[in-house]
Design a protein around this ligand. Structure first.
Ligand code: TXA
Ligand code: MG
Length: 325
């Protein structure tokens, strides 16, 4: 299928083209096509969440293994009840977390309503649900209804945070990209599984474990210890590693002992002033994936993360560890 489609860019970044771009994207989605769209975390590759044929196109366009389930995106938290079937303690927990963090960069895993096609869930009895806060995503979802959307990268590449990143990966493979400008968060949503006896974070993001525990008034299960909680199927796949090697250094001594190399340095604020011999940029969630893509495009030998990992937020730390694996 590669190179067989003309991929159009629908520009929702200017007031003149905004409405028309969103209407066109909604039309394509309603006829069963896949369209990439912006969310505040990363761009998603959308398809009608109630159409198994449309969902199959998402897996094909991304080259995604069919046993890795998708997140169902909704316009409003009130739609959670249509897609999820929480019972017992889950009802209260879902209401508290939705009230505090939706719309926003949070995904909840709940027992699935039978109306959600099994292909969207990779056959699991649960479904992942998220209400994005990006105004373009909200406007689109209000027109289309629920959309499945994995990150809009080719499998194995970093999640896209601009329409250009999506184009670089998926041009010729999807009919359209809705451009809503660069993403403000930059890493994927925090995924919290509420379907077990204790809530557990399956994927860290910018909403922290502490924030979630504060809202719930209880401790979460420790994901690392398993605790019998079903793991996120996505975790078993090799995650994106840039072609450049990724090295972590956390002191001036370690930095100075690096052998000479063509490198891009991403530095935490406390180290930013101490590098003068290399291309250096601030280490931040919002731009991390764009930096990985830039380093790969430039063919640099090595990306140096100059930071004390334990001082970083869990989401950023997790993505750096995966890239360095
Ligand atoms: O920020 C985000 O979450 C972005 C934007 C587009 O919304 N989406 C995203 O989707 O990152 P994706 O498909 O790249 O990652 C979804 C993750 C995967 O690790 C998947 O295994 C997990 O959520 N997941 C989905 N459904 C699940 C379920 N029922 N149970 C456990 N994990 C699930
Ligand atoms: Mg992804």
């Amino acid at each position: 299928m590669e190179g067989t489609l003309e991929t159009i860019l629908l520009d929702a970044t200017t007031p003149e083209s905004h409405d028309q771009a969103i209407d066109r994207a909604a039309m394509l989605l309603k006829q069963g096509d896949v369209v990439a769209f912006p969310t505040e975390t990363v761009y998603g590759l959308g398809a009608d969440a109630l159409s198994p044929e449309a969902i199959a196109r998402v897996f094909a366009a991304k080259g995604r293994p069919s046993d890795n389930p998708l997140i169902v995106h909704l316009a409003h938290p009130s739609e959670l009840d249509r897609c999820g079937r929480p019972s017992g303690d889950m009802v209260r927990r879902a209401a508290l977390l939705a009230g505090a963090f939706m719309p926003g960069p949070l995904t909840l895993v709940l027992p699935a309503d039978p109306s959600i096609p099994s292909v969207a869930r990779a056959g699991l009895p649960t479904v992942a649900l998220r209400v994005p806060a990006h105004p373009v995503a909200s406007a689109l979802l209000a027109l289309t209804g629920p959309l499945v959307a994995p990150s809009a990268n080719l499998s194995g590449r970093p999640s896209p945070t601009t329409a250009r990143h999506v184009y670089d990966d998926l041009a010729g493979r999807i009919p359209a990209i809705l451009d809503g400008g660069p993403c403000s968060v930059g890493i994927e949503s925090t995924v919290v599984d509420l379907s077990g006896s204790l809530p557990v974070i399956l994927r860290p993001g910018t909403i922290t474990q502490q924030q979630i525990e504060d809202v719930l008034g209880e401790a979460l299960a420790d994901y690392a210890k398993g605790g019998g909680a079903p793991r996120s199927p996505g975790m078993k796949y090799r995650h994106y590693a840039p072609s450049a090697r990724v090295r972590i250094v956390s002191s001036a001594g370690e930095y100075e002992s690096l052998a000479p190399a063509e490198r891009l340095v991403l530095a935490a604020p406390e180290f930013i002033g101490s590098v003068h011999d290399a291309d250096i940029r601030p280490l931040e969630e919002r731009t991390l994936y764009a930096m990985f893509r830039e380093a790969d495009a430039a063919g640099v030998e090595e990306i140096v993360i100059y930071a004390v990992l334990d001082k970083l937020d869990a989401g950023l730390r997790d993505r750096i560890r995966k890239a360095a694996e």
